[in-house]
Design a protein around this ligand. Sequence first.
Ligand SMILES: NC(=O)c1ccc[n+]([C@@H]2O[C@H](COP(=O)([O-])OP(=O)(O)OC[C@H]3O[C@@H](n4cnc5c(N)ncnc54)[C@H](OP(=O)(O)O)[C@@H]3O)[C@@H](O)[C@H]2O)c1
Length: 321
Amino acid sequence: MEYRRLGRTGLKVSTICLGTMQFGWTTDEPNAYAVMSRAIELGCNFFDTADVYSRWAENNPGGVAEEMIGRWLKQSSISRQELIIATKGRGQMGAQPTNQGLSRHHLFNAVENSLRRLQTDYIDLYQTHWPDEETPLEESLTALNDLVRQGKIRYIGCSNYPAWLLMKSLWISEQYGLARFDTIQPHYSLVHRAEFERELQPACQDQGVGVIPYSPLGGGFLTGKYRRDTPLPESARAQGVQRRYMNEQGFNAVDQLEEVGQAHGATIAQTAIAWVLANPTVSSAIIGANNISQLEDTVKGGEIRLSTEEKNALDKVTAWS
Ligand SMILES: NC(=O)c1ccc[n+]([C@@H]2O[C@H](COP(=O)([O-])OP(=O)(O)OC[C@H]3O[C@@H](n4cnc5c(N)ncnc54)[C@H](OP(=O)(O)O)[C@@H]3O)[C@@H](O)[C@H]2O)c1
């Protein structure tokens, strides 16, 4: 496993980050424990979660993925200090209008609740899950800065921010001497590029903001199980994948991944991960795995180094303008 600096910070994270959005949705607790334990054995020291995971699953009030991580950590032999835990807040976590957003009020409550569910006294990376247009950035950044000073969170990051909002946030942090967003978590894969590459990528490169992309496999599309003229695979995500990616360009991307991967003896999923990690702004790719065999397959992508020609061939197939 390769370890990279998280942006310009001194923190070293594994290039594969285990996402936990599936926990409590399509991955039950025993499977979640197995996946987390295997991820650690494979060298992953970085887990991503969020308070809302997986609120959309049946009878799930949210907070379940964090609770599973907390219980697993307590019963495992892993020391808390060996693991970098990233979580997020912003989503609706109760019935009241105050139970969401990036207000000082909600951020303080959300961090306390995440700490309790995770059974820990600090969070390594706390991320704003998506923007909150109804709260001034100064209010959120001051609250996050206070939480850093209190030792409850160690680094801060954001997710799903456009470049202008990231830049404005960085400017406010610098102006007032506050903790700054050291990371951004954008949606990024070979079949979802322009949103990140157009403006965020140069901004992150210039500002030393670490990029930790989510859905690097396109939610399962870039694994080879969604092909032309074949029935959809069994997956809770199949309809969404079909709607988003099952088009000529998407299928061509899968074909090209297969061709490039053959030279490395790599699967389509591994080559898709190698493509994301070939981007120098990327600190770690956040993958999803429902079980150990998916995890073991995907993690090997972190070992593959694409040549410039191979990277260019893949870039070309989903070029955007
Ligand atoms: N910040 C945000 O707004 C945001 C949004 C989304 C996700 N995230 C984070 O990013 C993480 C990863 O997102 P994601 O789940 O969309 O990532 P992904 O890695 O693109 O997709 C993972 C899905 O692909 C399938 N899969 C994974 N490995 C496979 C393999 N080797 N072979 C075949 N199928 C495989 C599984 O679904 P099936 O088995 O069902 O096919 C799995 O759930 C989440 O857990 C979460 O932590 C953040």
